[in-house]
Design a protein. Sequence first.
Length: 116
Amino acid sequence: QAQLVESGGGLVQPGGSLRLSCAASGTVFSINDMGWYRQAPGKARKLVASLIDGRSTAYADSVKGRFTISRDNAKNTVYLQMNNVKPEDTAVYYCNSRDPFSRVTWGQGTQVTVSS
């Protein structure tokens, strides 16, 4: 059974940087499509960044040019590098994996708070 564990969240000042990690186990990580979502209080969960077929990336308009998704297959880990963060980036960030059979796995989430 696939499992995803996020880490790296915390409190960061506006304009700062943070790197989230998502470690996968119980799945053939290298062939899965991966994504980062976020959910702010009282709002729906939304896609932030995705990595499809191991190389194609896509980003929400609100984070383009500031966030970067990447993966390290040797470490079974996907990352979300967050630069120039803004208060509106405050949310719980979730890692998502979809295998070739379209089975979806979610992590437990990690809190990111952007505040001075």
